[in-house]
Design a protein around this ligand. Structure first.
Ligand code: UDX
Length: 430
């Protein structure tokens, strides 16, 4: 590794949400290990882009509108931040790497003639879907989505993806979502794209994107294997590991819906009853401030399970007692589960989660997809299928097969390992 004094810095611009901060920090750590610098933490320096949207306005926006406004209003503030950094610490910035939802960053890179790279923290298939969506004429597409024949049609060159799989709902009006997609897939003057995936998971989508973008695409994931770094915004309750230590191998179903998803109390209660009736031990993350479980039900289910507000998820998934993961299918959770060879029950909520669930169930065949809210009988049935029955054992076997392929891809000479090396070479020549 080069001495710190010789290291060049990289500016990373994450979307300030847990599921996006984590992969960005991991990417920073991976590059740091390859000789690029930052300062503390132990090698990161944090700079805040001043807020540009009044809190009162933020509260009135839906998520998509918020992101569009955030990009509109952050451009000037971010340019000031970069100007300050260049002034204080000299011209040693090798590159600006930004989350594809923080596309305002590109203007500063252009103004200060700095190379820039887009980082897509979700799957490459999701990126491809955004490209497809932004190509479709927005108003025509809105009408066509009523057409059942079209919905079941495979998107050209993208088998097994059909039009109904394109992520379009859950975050407010479709028109606005299409507007955001258009911005997200606009590569502007960026020199390359980094994706937190690996070729053995999504090879056809990767080829599609490479052809479409005509700039280098680096699939160097899953980054949490290459460069683990503490990035949790909430305090992890480690007592669940002691509880897991007392459970039988592969008997526990771990339940977590990431950092954002919200459920109605009615669904939580049905889940609690279904879990209780399944007779399988379970570890359940119920975030504070989210859905709540009535006190008496909480007491009752605690006989068979363990509830925490936030878990050390990767450690949980690694644990020998865990036999399945009931997930909302956020991309980080999906990768973390596959890497530990844990099969899944999929309960997608919004964004690209439905797309990830489709891949889990139908492409990699390592999980069961729920069609939406389940009553207690459906919950019990899904848990049994995954943890106890032969069907679940086959999914576990396939998940283990994928795990081996992924681990090979991050080892010296593997596809993701090579992609990271190529990225570093690219950064050193920019
Ligand atoms: C968001 C979007 O919802 C998701 O669709 C997108 O793919 C990424 O951004 P989030 O919903 O938080 O993310 O889900 P996910 O991507 O799975 O990330 C959650 C992260 O929090 C994971 O890294 C997971 O390990 C961590 N986590 C979750 C914990 O550490 N403890 C917990 O108890 C729950």
């Amino acid at each position: 590794m080069k001495k710190r004094a010789e290291k060049r810095r990289i500016v990373l611009v994450p979307l300030p949400l847990q599921g996006h901060i984590t992969p960005m920090m991991q990417l920073g750590q991976a590059l740091n290990l390859k000789g690029f610098s930052s300062h503390n933490f132990p090698d990161f320096e944090f700079v805040t882009i001043p807020e540009s949207l009044p809190v009162s306005e933020i509260e009135a926006f839906g998520p998509v509108e918020f992101l569009i406004k955030l990009n509109e209003t952050s451009e000037a503030n971010f340019k000031n931040c970069i100007a300050q950094l260049l002034l204080q610490q000299g011209n040693d910035i090798a590159c600006i790497i930004y989350d594809d939802l923080m596309y305002f960053s590109e203007a500063a890179a252009k103004e200060f003639k700095l190379p820039s790279i887009i980082f897509s923290t979700t799957s490459v298939t999701h990126k491809v879907c955004c490209c497809v969506l932004s190509k479709l004429n927005a108003s025509k597409f809105l009408i066509d989505m009523e057409d059942h024949e079209l919905q079941n049609k495979v998107v050209e060159n993208l088998y097994p993806l059909s039009y109904k799989d394109l992520p379009t709902s859950g975050f407010g009006p479709l028109e606005l979502y299409l507007e955001l997609c258009k911005e997200v897939v606009n590569k502007r003057t960026a020199s390359a794209v980094i994706i937190n995936t690996t070729s053995c998971l999504e090879s056809s989508s990767l080829s599609w994107l490479q052809q479409e973008f005509k700039i280098p695409v680096y699939p160097l994931g899953p980054l949490h294997i290459t460069a683990s770094v503490p990035s949790s915004l909430l305090e992890e309750d480690r007592s669940c590991i002691e509880w897991l230590n007392k459970q039988k191998p592969r008997s526990v179903i771990y339940i977590s819906f990431g950092s954002l998803a919200l459920m109605e109390t009615k669904e939580v209660v049905e889940m609690a009853w279904g879990l209780y009736d399944s007779n399988q031990p379970f570890l359940w993350v119920i975030r504070s401030g989210s859905e709540s479980l009535p006190e008496e039900i909480s007491k009752m289910v605690s006989e068979k399970g363990y509830i925490v507000k936030w878990a050390p998820q990767q450690e949980v998934l690694e644990h020998r007692a865990v036999g399945g993961f009931w997930s909302h299918c956020g991309w980080n959770s999906t990768l973390e589960s596959i890497v530990e060879g844990v099969p899944m029950i999929c309960r997608p909520f919004n964004g690209e989660q439905k797309l990830n669930a489709m891949y889990i169930e139908s492409v990699w065949r390592i999980g069961i997809q729920l069609k939406g809210e389940e009553e207690r009988g459906g919950v019990k049935r899904a848990v049994k299928r995954l943890i106890v029955e032969e069907e679940g054992a086959c999914m576990r076997e396939r998940a283990h097969g994928l795990r081996e392929k992924i681990k090979a891809s991050v080892r010296c000479g593997g596809a993701s390992y090579n992609a990271l090396d190529e990225l570093v070479k690219f950064l050193n020549t920019e």
